[in-house]
Design a protein around this ligand. Structure first.
Ligand code: GGG
Length: 358
């Protein structure tokens, strides 16, 4: 029987609540799917901060390196820890473990209402995850003075851009054959010009994919006005981060949005997390939508080779949403996080048979 080791980093706020439900659903899928999952929880984030004055131990990357995959809930507890500190381990995992492809599907699921009228949404945001605007390069000068200054440098490399564009092209080939690259080369005249140049050089290698580049400001408008035009959307770290929240919103709730931080070469563990953050305003109320986390768990199982179990989870999510009775308040319902997680786990029994045969 196949077995996998999973590191759990629930983090902060609603990250803890939704991770419990993702584990419930993964465990049920494993039981019914005939494989085992061995979970190890790392209580890092605000909990570790209280004991140790830092959000994760110095050797946290070493502790995680040997796992088959990492599941993360959410990070951020601004009342107790500055946001730029809680996020550090997440960014370091993505960069150190070469999880350069952040894959964020956005599909308007049956039974869910988009805030856009008559919207069709079925796209994937592919976010460059290892460099760009999120490298820790910069500094402050004259701190606290009226003429204080901060410099934040973005780093875009030929290697980094090329590999993420190739990843996005491959994905577009498996989907509807369209690639849209976010740029802003009219104003960001070095980094984004390099993105444009590399796209122009690669496009002839993918004649079967329709390629376009769109300035990020115009692209946000496209997401709202005509998302049906979009298939695979690729962008730098910051652009991809912003676009994927927007994509979550137009599919009815960011609480539904999954993501995978993939190391395509599989030399390090990949990391799976819902797109949403820790939502301190609703933390501890038991009303967070666990579906983004549960769908991220499905992506994790799929990446590990358990495609049937992953499909059964996706089918169970769709069945519960279509049924419409068990929904958290972000979708207009009154159900709790635990009720939604339990309902989806209970549906896997039915769906795994269907997933086997479809
Ligand atoms: N579940 C992911 C999470 O906690 N996100 C918070 C956040 O601000 N992330 C920034 C990022 O994805 O780069």
């Amino acid at each position: 029987m196949a077995g996998y080791s999973i590191a759990l980093y629930p983090g902060d706020g609603i990250g803890i609540d939704v991770t419990i439900e993702a584990v419930r659903v993964m465990a049920q899928a494993a039981r019914l799917g005939g494989f085992t999952l061995d979970f190890t929880e790392f209580p890092w984030g605000h909990r570790y901060w209280r004991e140790a004055g830092q959000v994760a131990p110095d050797d946290f990357l070493e502790q995680l390196r040997g796992y088959d995959a990492i599941f993360l809930g959410a990070v951020g507890d601004p009342t107790h820890v500055p946001d730029h500190l809680t996020l550090v381990p997440l960014i370091r995992m993505r960069q150190s473990f070469e999880q350069y492809a952040c894959v964020r599907p956005a599909t308007l699921l049956p039974g869910v209402v988009s805030p856009l009228a008559d919207a069709t949404v079925d796209l994937v945001v592919v976010r460059e995850n290892s460099e760009g605007e999120y490298v820790n390069v910069g500094g402050f000068s004259r701190q606290g003075q009226p003429d204080e200054m901060a410099i934040q440098t973005a780093v875009h490399t030929r290697k980094g851009i090329t590999r993420i564009l190739r990843y996005a092209y491959q994905l577009a080939r498996q989907r509807r054959g369209k690639l849209t690259m976010a740029t802003k080369s009219n104003a960001l005249t070095y980094g984004m010009v390099l993105w444009d140049t590399i796209l122009d050089a690669l496009a002839p290698e993918y004649p079967d994919v329709a390629t376009e580049k769109v300035h990020i400001d115009a692209l946000t408008m496209r997401f709202v006005r005509d998302p049906a035009q979009l298939d695979v959307v690729v962008g730098s770290n910051l652009f991809g981060d912003i676009l994927s929240d927007l994509a979550g919103a137009i599919t009815g709730s960011i609480g539904l949005a999954p993501s995978a931080n993939i190391n395509p070469e599989r030399t390090f563990p990949s990391l799976f997390e819902p797109v949403h953050g820790s939502a301190p305003d609703i933390a501890g109320q038991g009303i967070a939508n666990p579906i983004g986390a549960i769908r991220s768990a499905a992506m994790l199982l799929d990446f590990l080779g358990e495609a049937k179990a992953a499909l059964a989870i996706e089918r169970a999510v769709v069945a519960v949403l279509q049924d419409g009775q068990c929904r958290t308040p972000d979708l207009g319902g009154r159900a709790t996080t635990i009720e939604v997680g339990s309902e989806i786990a209970a549906r896997i029994d039915v769906e795994i048979g269907e997933a086997c045969c479809s």
